[in-house]
Write a protein that binds this ligand. Structure first.
Ligand code: HEC
Length: 472
């Protein structure tokens, strides 16, 4: 009842706000026309901009409230899971889209910096220039040493893709992990904590990580790149290890990525953008610029560039139980982060035209080492007797069916996860390869071992599959 009332109220407000955006657009168009005609409209423009900001913020907040009301409305009905599914789709798509825009810009600008022609035909005030051809046109770019004499009116900033990536990522963390904390965030075999404690530790860890990293960047250590890199790496190892002590291994991976992602966006918000604002202001007033500001910003943006591949791996890691399912999940995570950051380093060197012999092979060897250590044992143990299907079926009925059946009895999963059901012998036989992967090799099923399967039972399932997985 309360759900439907809230839905109507917020729905009405949303419609009103939408109509307001329509009127605002009309006023903005008229002001733009006046501007063209030479009327002084500076004050008016500012007024319009602030009303627009107000209306857009209100739109976002009301939409969030609308979704929350919708949740209240469908809570406890079969639509609840459906709503969560669609929230997941929408937020994930937003996250990927903003992330691509942000990382694409990061790659592009680090490329520009690396590939800039700094020597031939470069005017005195310039750091360098670059010719490019793309989409059927030629582009010519120039980078200033500090700033142009007059700051142009239309200056493009790159920040919203970073902020929106973070905001959508944070929402996704809630939709997937925090709303389902007891299923996906917490593994009682790792640490027995409540959902609220888990969320507190997760969110708190991002703040702590940023403070440590920021202090590290502001310390004199930045002047000693090798020591700084070593310390930075130790810091990452520490966090990876810490998360693996607190969360389910899948959630530990995601938190590691979210922690790095938060540092990246905080770099943009607290360092890069303020430095750029200070530079623009100083240039506008004709004051001398502090070149250190630009250097700090460039440094942070370079860190962000090295973070990208490890974070991208984490984003796809939950599709690969063989990674987070490894006995020492944090170790594999660290290895993959190191290897992928190494690959990025190689790409950066290449863009600068420096030929490096060792960086790429060493990175690849590091990644291969990750694949090697996480491989299943070659000889998992002999299967002495013939396993009867009835034995396997009994295990599956005891350990899996609470979730994987057409009518699950689990407290979280009300529909069979990924549509996987084991109600009939045929269902089990068809999924034998996947069962081998998840139950025997990666041990990521039963999820967080909620149903307490034993190693002996895993071995029985393995032997049955090795013997041909038949129901005879
Ligand atoms: C507590 C609930 C729960 C229990 C118990 C459980 N699973 Fe799962 N299972 C899930 C969820 C959730 C997923 C989907 C997410 C994922 O892939 O990790 C899943 C996915 C799977 C998949 C992958 C399906 C795919 O399409 O990739 C397999 C295979 C699987 N489970 C097998 C088993 C087996 C075998 C057992 C019993 C030994 C078992 N599960 C017990 C919740 C459970």
């Amino acid at each position: 009842m309360i759900g439907i009332v809230l839905l109507s109220v917020f729905g009405f407000v949303l419609v009103m706000l939408t109509i307001m955006t329509y009127y605002l657009r009309g006023i903005a168009q008229k002001t733009a026309a006046d501007d063209e005609a030479g009327v002084n409209v500076e004050n008016k423009k500012e007024e319009i901009a602030s009303s627009q900001n107000f209306v857009y913020t209100a739109l976002v907040l009301v939409s969030v409230a609308l979704v929350a009301s919708l949740y209240l409305y469908v809570k406890g009905t079969p639509w609840e899971a459906h709503l969560m599914e669609w929230l997941n789709i929408v937020v994930r798509l937003m996250h990927i889209t903003f992330g691509i825009a942000w990382i694409g810009a990061s790659f592009y600008f680090v490329f520009l910096e690396n590939a800039l022609n700094r020597t031939k035909d470069v005017r005195d005030e310039l750091a360098g220039n670059l010719w490019a051809v793309h989409g059927g046109g030629f582009y010519y770019l120039e980078k200033y040493k500090v700033a142009p004499k007059t700051v142009p009116k239309h200056l493009h900033w790159f920040k919203y893709e970073a902020y929106f990536t973070w905001i959508s990522g944070f929402c996704l963390l809630f939709v997937v992990y925090y709303f389902n904390a007891s299923a996906l965030l917490i593994d009682k075999n790792v640490l027995n904590i409540t959902a609220l404690q888990g969320i507190g530790i997760g969110v708190g860890s991002f703040v702590v990580a940023w403070i440590i990293y920021d202090l590290l960047c502001k310390s004199p250590l930045v002047k000693r790149p090798i020591l700084f890199t070593l310390l930075g790496f130790t810091f990452l190892v520490g966090f990876a290890y810490f998360y693996s002590l607190v969360f389910s291994s899948r959630a530990a991976y995601i938190h590691f990525g979210a922690m790095i992602g938060s540092i990246m966006v905080a770099n943009v918000f607290f360092v890069i953008i303020p430095a750029q604002k200070a530079m623009v202001n100083a240039a506008k007033k004709g004051l001398p610029l502090n070149p250190q500001l630009g250097k700090n910003a460039l440094n942070r943006s370079l860190h962000n560039n090295y973070f990208t591949l490890p974070v991208l791996f984490v984003m796809i890691s939950n599709h690969f139980p063989s990674t987070f399912g490894y006995e020492q999940p944090w170790l594999l995570l660290v290895i993959i982060s190191l290897g992928t950051a190494g690959v990025k380093h190689y790409l950066n060197l290449r863009e600068k035209g420096q030929l490096s012999v060792w960086v790429l092979p060493v990175s690849v060897v590091i990644l291969l080492a990750g694949a090697f250590i996480s491989a299943p044992p070659k000889d998992p143990g002999a299967c002495n007797s013939k396993i009867e299907f009835s034995e396997v079926n009994a295990i599956i009925q005891a350990r899996c069916i609470t979730c994987h059946s057409s009518k699950p009895t689990d407290d979280v999963y009300k529909a069979p996860p990924n549509g996987v059901m084991y109600d009939t012998p045929d269902d089990i036989v068809k999924k034998a390869t996947l069962i081998m992967q998840r139950v025997v090799v990666t041990k990521t099923m039963p999820q967080n071992n909620k149903t307490n399967i034993t190693q002996k039972e895993r071995d029985i399932i393995r032997c049955w599959i090795e013997q041909g997985a038949s129901t005879k």
